[in-house]
Structures are given as C-alpha cells and as structure tokens.
Design a protein around this ligand. Structure first.
Ligand code: PLP
Length: 392
C-alpha cells in the first residue's frame, strides 16, 4: 500500500489480505494451525525457505493484517502483536537483555512496567536506574558502559508529564543503547516516536486501538532487524501471541481510530479549559494547557495533546470520592481510551501499592483524578463534571 496515503485511508484499507472469496470485511481466521499441501512444503515452512504460516504462536493471517495496518500507520518497518500491552513491554526487555546489562527508565510509568523494570529484571541480573524523565541530563548521568536499553512513557500516567523523545533518543544512541517508548497515552495518531528517533514503540492495544473496552492486546513496532529477529525468536518460543479473535476486533478498531481519537481529544481540550476555571480544583493537567510545564514541548512533539485530563480537587480524598460517586455519565474504572469516559482515583487504585513518598515524588496526590475522555458529547461530559464538582 502507498505509504503517502493519509493515515485515515491506511487505517481503513491497510494490510487487507483477501481470501479467494474476496470478502469486503477482513476475515477472522480462527485457527491455530495450517494444513500443508505436501510434506515438502511442511519442510520448507520449517526451514524458512517458504514464508507461509506455520502456527498461530508465530503468525496468523488475521493477526498479520492487524500488524501490517498498525505498521503502516506508524510508518514502521515491522510489527509484532502480543497478547497484552504488558506482554509487549515484557518482550521488549527480555528479548534483548541479558545478565549484566543495565536499563535506564523514567520514573513516572504504568505500574506493571515499573514492576518489570524494578522487580523482575534485577532477579535476572539486569539493573535498572529510574530517572526524572523530563530532565535530559538525568538520563545522561545514569548511563553506564553496560547500558543497553532506555525506556520511557510520554505523556506519563497519571500526571501527563511530557518527555523529549528526540533528546532522550540522542542520549541513548550516544551510549550505544536503544530507546523503547510506551506510546499508549499519546496514541499512534498523535505521536510518532520512531520519527522522533526512538527505536521501538510499544502499545497496549487494549486502550485506544480497541477503543471500546473489549479485548486485551499489545504490539511492538520497529526495524525489521529487531522485530523479525530477536523479538520474533523470543515471542515464537515464549508464546504471548495475540489471539486471532482479538486481532480481528483490533483491526476493525483501527478503522475508526483516527476519528475517535480526534473526537475525544476535542472534548478533552474543552473539559481541561472548563476545569481550569473551577474554584474547587487546585490543578488541571493537560498538555494542551499553557500552564502545563512542558506545554511547548508537547506542541512540537505531539500532533494533538491527547485524550486524557488529570485534575486535583482542593478537598483531597474525601472530595475526590464525593466527586466520583456523584458522576452520572462518567464511569469509575481503571481502563482508558474507551468510548465511555472513565474517572480513576490513582492513589487508591492504580498507584495504591506505591509508597506515599513515591506518590508524592510523582505528584500523585489524594485529590488527583485521572479522566479518560470518551466519545460522549463534550457538553454532556462538562455538565456531568460540573454537577459532580458541586456535589463534592
Ligand atoms: C494499559 C497500559 C499498559 C499495559 O497494557 P495491558 O494491555 O493492560 O497489558 C502499559 N502501559 C500503559 C501506559 C498503559 O496504559
């Protein structure tokens, strides 16, 4: 498919492989295996001289269509889809690290990514240094001769810090390391880490790419050399492949991704501006607001500031709970990127196991609410938020 087409066109037509029936909608190949026409073909598939499918742990036509479509959007050489976002993150580390290696990562991360870096890797002899991601010199200072991988998330969860991908990629490359970017909060519509110098992009496709809160999934994108080399080898033998059913759901999710993300981003911006003026709120965090500490960087690095808004209620946890319990349209949950708007209280849920001190360092206060803006009309969301703030 022509790489110069508009992303929206790629998202509708990219990666389609039609069967002999020429179906319009992408086929769901719910099969783990493939019958070979003869023994010679089976042999050729196993020695790699025939590139056809072998087993769904390594590849499946529906999963392949999803991978190709996402790679076209990302303008990546290759993509591998995984069972979940965490399977992708885990594979991005374990496929390329060995005992004695060192990783540098930003401190403000999705909880399970933090667990893999801070608890799991050290068990296998890989040390991790966590740094203040927005401070480029902190990345430089953390480098050691054995540093192999840099990992960051921008915007970060839940305080939406913006890290300079290009600057950190330069530091990583000077150190002979590769940069992996968790691009979930930004979405592939609004931020292209590979074009900014990152080597590998990671997604939880569970979020905006499914976009309707149905299936778990993940993906890694990067060079053919990495994806079809070290990563493919690791995934082939360890098994966290995306299910063909989930891939089919995600493939259809991609068709509307751009439209959905733009609609949610419009509403997020409108909500952020309303919240800024509200007396019960001490801090509104959205990269599109001029008050955001990295507002200018976000404007350069991201096409749009995203679909998430975080804000802090003056009255701490009691006010945050009263607010959430008074919501009528927005639901209390911990997913994000869903058609349905979601309010999360990080202190008592997603970041509950963190120490009070670590939460303070990250700016996760008891009054903080994370809002994932969905596809409802902005006016209804603003009314819901306003009435819940009055109740709080
Ligand atoms: C959800 C999420 C993950 C993990 O993805 P799963 O699909 O839940 O495994 C990783 N990073 C970020 C930023 C996320 O939001």
């Amino acid at each position: 498919m022509n790489i110069d087409l508009h992303p929206r066109t790629k998202l509708v037509h990219g990666g389609i492989e039609r069967s002999e029936h020429h179906e319009m909608s992408e086929a769901l190949y719910l099969t783990q295996g493939f019958a070979y026409p003869d023994a010679e073909t089976a042999e050729a598939r196993f020695d790699g001289s025939d590139s056809g499918y072998v087993y769904a742990r390594y590849g499946n036509p529906t999963v392949g269509m999803f991978e190709q479509r996402l790679a076209l959007l990302e303008e990546a050489e290759a993509c591998f889809a995984t069972a979940s976002g965490m399977a992708a993150m885990h594979a991005s580390m374990f496929s390329q690290l060995e005992a004695g290696d060192h990783v540098v990562a930003s401190r403000a991360l999705f909880g399970s990514c933090h667990y893999i870096l801070d608890n799991l890797l050290p068990r296998f002899g890989v040390e991790t240094t966590l740094v203040e991601g927005t401070d480029v010199s902190a990345w430089e200072n953390a480098v050691r001769p054995e540093t192999k991988v840099f990992f960051l998330e921008t915007p970060s969860n839940p305080t939406l810090e913006i890290i300079d991908i290009r600057a950190v990629a330069d530091v990583a490359h000077d150190a002979g390391a590769v940069l992996v970017v968790d691009n979930v909060f930004a979405t592939p519509c609004f931020q292209r880490p590979l074009a900014l110098g990152a080597d590998i992009v990671m997604y939880s496709t569970t979020k905006h790419i499914d976009g309707q809160g149905r299936c778990l999934g993940g993906a890694l994108l990067g060079s053919k050399e990495f994806i079809n080399g070290k990563l493919f080898e690791y995934m082939k033998h360890t098994g966290a492949a995306m299910s063909p059913f989930n891939a089919w759901v995600m493939l259809k999710g991609l068709e509307t991704l751009d439209l959905r993300c733009r609609a949610a981003a419009d509403s997020a911006e409108a909500i952020a501006h309303v919240l800024t003026d509200h007396r019960a709120i001490s801090r509104t965090i959205h990269p599109g607001l001029p008050t955001h500490p990295q507002h200018n960087l976000a404007a350069v690095q991201m096409e749009r500031p995203g679909t998430m808004v975080s804000f802090e209620l003056e009255g701490g946890k009691p006010a945050a709970f009263n607010f959430m319990n008074a919501l009528e349209i927005i639901r209390i949950s911990n997913n994000l990127g869903d058609a349905k708007s979601i309010a999360t209280h990080p202190t008592t849920t997603t970041h509950q196991r963190m120490t009070e001190k670590d939460r303070q360092t990250l700016g996760i206060t008891p009054g903080l609410i994370r809002l994932s803006v969905g596809l409802e009309h902005a006016n209804d969301l603003i009314s819901d938020i306003s009435q819940a703030l009055d109740a709080a």
